[in-house]
Design a protein around this ligand. Structure first.
Ligand code: PMV
Length: 344
């Protein structure tokens, strides 16, 4: 049983549904619905990962995490009032109600249905591949929360929007700010203090490069993979301790603009996360042979003195971490690389 839910229940507190948790941050007074709501939200890549929930309903995390936001890469969403059912388009194609993506969106939209708006039409344009471990769901749910804010005229603070985005997909709560962002666990069982905060520090010159190994949707979604890891992996017990240690190192690296420490910590943290899931039963393995080949290429370059590191999420693709000074060298070794300047 999830510890936080357990503690919360022991204290005699009621377990909340998503709708009840959202009501804690939504305004009580309704404004007239606008014709349409529209928003863009960027993707983010965690340098210290979120892996495992306290509360599976509210997406509250077992540990804090820290990410960088990918400027310009993400999802644009337009939302309107629907008529007799939800209708959802992704990159111009209307999805059937049986598709995984529209099912997730519709169930998230249940939070917001009321007598003004019983159904929604949602059009999302994403400039990153969907479901391939490239943080497309983070961008998608953050854009949706922002677009709903626009449609309903709530004018919510970023921390409240971060909470609403989190109810769609945990990592989405970090997509509300540029640069370095920390998502704090929070102490309340209702999730009302589990949102992201921007860090004021910057690291000009920091680059993230996306190495595409495979664009196909992942075989096991992150929700199921996290649950399986938390509930069955003997290595998961060590994970919260490791994250606490890595967060301290990461913050030191950011404060002193120490790129090597940042890269080393991010790479080791990602590998530790993957180790916890490989030890789950049944095992979760997102790596493909080509993922390992790309890791080896990073390590070879590093052995030759190039400060280059990688991180990986719930998919086979790598994200390279390097500084502007080495961009030309890195591009030479990874010709297909898509490079994002984190602090333009
Ligand atoms: O937010 P979710 O459920 O898509 O989970 C994201 C998990 C990782 O991408 C692997 C790590 C992270 O912190 O983003």
């Amino acid at each position: 049983m999830r510890r936080l839910r357990y503690e919360w229940r022991k204290r005699g507190c009621k377990l909340l549904t998503k709708r009840e948790a959202a009501a804690l941050v939504l305004p009580k007074d309704k404004k007239p619905l606008k014709e349409r709501g529209e928003a863009f939200a960027p993707a983010n890549i965690a340098l210290v990962k979120y892996w495992g929930k306290c509360d599976d309903e509210l997406n509250t995390p077992r540990t804090a995490s820290l990410s960088v936001t990918l400027d310009g890469l993400g999802a644009k969403t337009v939302i309107r009032r629907g008529h007799s059912s939800d209708r959802i388009w992704l990159n111009g194609v209307e999805l059937g109600a049986d598709s995984g993506f529209s099912g997730r969106l519709s169930s998230y939209l249940d939070i917001y249905r009321d007598d003004q708006c019983r159904f929604f039409e949602v059009e999302t344009e994403s400039n990153i591949p969907i479901g391939a471990g490239l943080a497309s769901s983070a961008a998608g749910f953050a854009a949706l929360a922002l677009a709903l804010d626009d449609l309903f005229g709530w004018e919510l603070e970023p921390s409240a929007l971060s909470i609403l985005a989190r109810l769609g997909s945990g990592s989405a709560c970090r997509s509300l700010y540029p640069g370095f962002v920390e998502w704090r666990t929070g102490r309340c069982g209702d999730g009302s203090d589990s949102h992201s905060v921007p860090l004021k520090e910057r690291m000009p010159g920091l680059r993230v490069g996306l190495v595409m190994v495979d664009e196909a949707e992942k075989p096991v979604g992150s929700r199921e993979a996290m649950r399986r890891t938390r509930d069955t992996s003997p290595l998961y017990e060590a994970w919260p301790r490791q994250v606490a240690h890595d967060l301290r190192s990461m913050k030191r690296a950011i404060k002193h603009r120490d790129f090597e420490l940042l890269g080393e910590t991010a790479e080791a943290n990602a590998l530790a996360m993957h180790a916890t899931m490989m030890a789950a039963r049944p095992a979760v393995l997102y790596w493909l042979p080509a993922s390992v080949a790309q890791m080896r290429r990073v390590w070879e370059l590093r052995a030759r003195g190039v400060p280059l590191f990688f991180t990986m999420d719930a998919g086979p693709n790598l994200k390279l971490l390097f500084m502007a000074e080495t961009e030309a060298l890195v591009r030479e070794a990874f010709p297909e690389l898509r490079v994002v300047d984190i602090f333009p």
